[in-house]
Design a protein around this ligand. Sequence first.
Ligand code: FUB
Length: 683
Amino acid sequence: MKKLTGFAAAFIAAVSAAVSAVPAVTIADNPIVQTSYTSDPAPLVHDGVFYMYTGHDADGAKDYVMPDWKCFSSTDMQNWTDHGTILSESTFKWAGENSAWAAQCIERNGKFYMYVTVVPANGGGRAIGVAVADSPTGPFKDAIGKPLCGPDWAFIDPTVFIDDDGQAYLYFGNPNPYYVKLNEDMISYSGSITKVDMTAEGFGTKADGGRMYVEGPWFYKRGDMYYLLYAANGIPENIAYSTAPSPTGPWTYRGVIMPSEGRSFTNHCGIVDYEGHSYFAYHSGALPGGSGFQRSVCIEEFSYNADGTIPTIKMSSSGPKQLHSLDPFVRNEAECFCWEEGIETEKCSEGGLDIANIEKGDYVKIKGVDFAEGAESFTASIASAENGGSIELHIDSPDGDIIGVCEVPSTGGWQEWQEVTCPVEISGEHDLYMKFTGGSGFLFNVDWWKFGGSGETADDGSLYHSTFERSADGWSGRAGAEISVTDEVSFSGEKSAKVTDRTSSWQGIVKKLGNAFASGNSYSFSARAMCPDEDTVFHLTFQYTEGEEVKYTKIDTVDAEKGKWVQLCGNDFGIPEEASDMYVYVETNSGIADFYVDEMTAAGEGTDLSSPDFMKVIRGDVDNNGSVTLFDLVHARRGLTEGFTDAYSEKAADIDRSGSVQVNDLVLLQKYLLGAVNGFTAE
Ligand code: FUB
């Protein structure tokens, strides 16, 4: 959409009388995308990431001018990473122009299937096409080279769902819903396309006596109930829904979820659960310049009623609450933000996207950045074919306090990348605004950024050291498991990561290894794990791709008693020469019980991660069971006289942190156990 300055002008004109009283558009966090107009949202949760697939409404169009589909992702529900155009109508050689209407993507057996609406160039109506990819962000290719369903003018807006018995269903249609049973290959179907009988009981009654259903179905199951949500009631559309005890009915009309509002005469929804929260995605014309043909995807959090019905949901400009704060001490992609004004995104020569077409006064907002104990430096990868400019780092508002300014030189090209660094001073959690200044014209592009300083987690020489005190630190649920940062238990500090919603033992918690890990080299890996409900065998596993094949190697395997923390540790683990696309994860040998992990660490070759230097030890917990009891005193006495059996016990028994265990440590421990002191004072 480029240049919110243009739309800001329109917006200001529209509300000129009250402009000073109107909250600045810049503080809104809904719609989730501002760099282009997006429509027809289709959410997908995969491997701990919330993906949002959208249509794309062309700027200034007076009709549906929709050339392609885009994808955005988030792990905190406020900052969204732009993955760009992931599928275009031109991929379907049989499709006409500007016909890329609503779509939905689903994963099956490691492949991603995107069902789309397009108009075949040869006429005959609209049609449902299907594209396939190996990753959620593509590249997608036409799976069958022809329409899957259609052509037929009624065949628009596919929604797809795989039932518990493995049967996949595709619903679609305007002004009537249709369904068809997909085969397991997801690119063909069995039986005929069935037109749903729209009874008044199933689909409600409008004021004019017709049925409520119009288009844009979203089909899914929750518990034993099947849900069909849809755009309803004619123009302007609202979102209503029906439920059924089986995937094909009989349907019962349940009422309106989202009344019509928001400057778009259509609406289109998607619903999904993520990290224990329920989210409702829709579109409106809320972005300045917005209309029925310049729509924008928004999202709201909601809770189901106890009987499974869906409450009325109102459009908001704030969107859902942020799930985790953002860690500024790791590389953050510039195309991940909560809000922007004036910038665009484009393909980056280094992979992914960069932010571009930046002019003086433009900015990006990154929400909920946790600088913890403090950041001291800021580094960004920038490129400029012109004179560069500077990045002003403001906190809490675009004109808030400046915590640092980074000068950006010319680098000789818009894709000639160079790192710039400047000092900053900031601690605690803030919204970060990167405001760009300089001369006239385009200033520079930004690929990524990160802060350095005492708040960094990896200040011990490790390649990562995830304590979960501030964020999930790039860990996510593996293969459908969910993870959350929790203060229910911890190995050290206040928090750990909890792994839930497992239906298989290999579902656990996973982290993708970045550029710091090279194939052919050796690294040390460690993780702490605990299952509160049953004895468990934990694996710390390394996953990589060699050629076309995905391979798995156990770094370490440890038996854990119910409720006891164990360490999984593999020092100097060799990464195979040809390995790419590498991950580490914690899984269990069997069972699907929830478990917790903490203190996930990786370091270079020669690092002993079982050494006390890499341990967050609970002082006094000499038997390493997570609590301090009389047994610890017994263990400490025995250690002092006979020698300690392991490094953890010795460090835990060194109560005064003098570097060695002596009699006064036992005295301090005894005093604590007798209640004479409330805790251990710092050394
Ligand atoms: O985006 C084009 C059409 O508008 C969709 O296919 C409908 O659901 C409506 O949102």
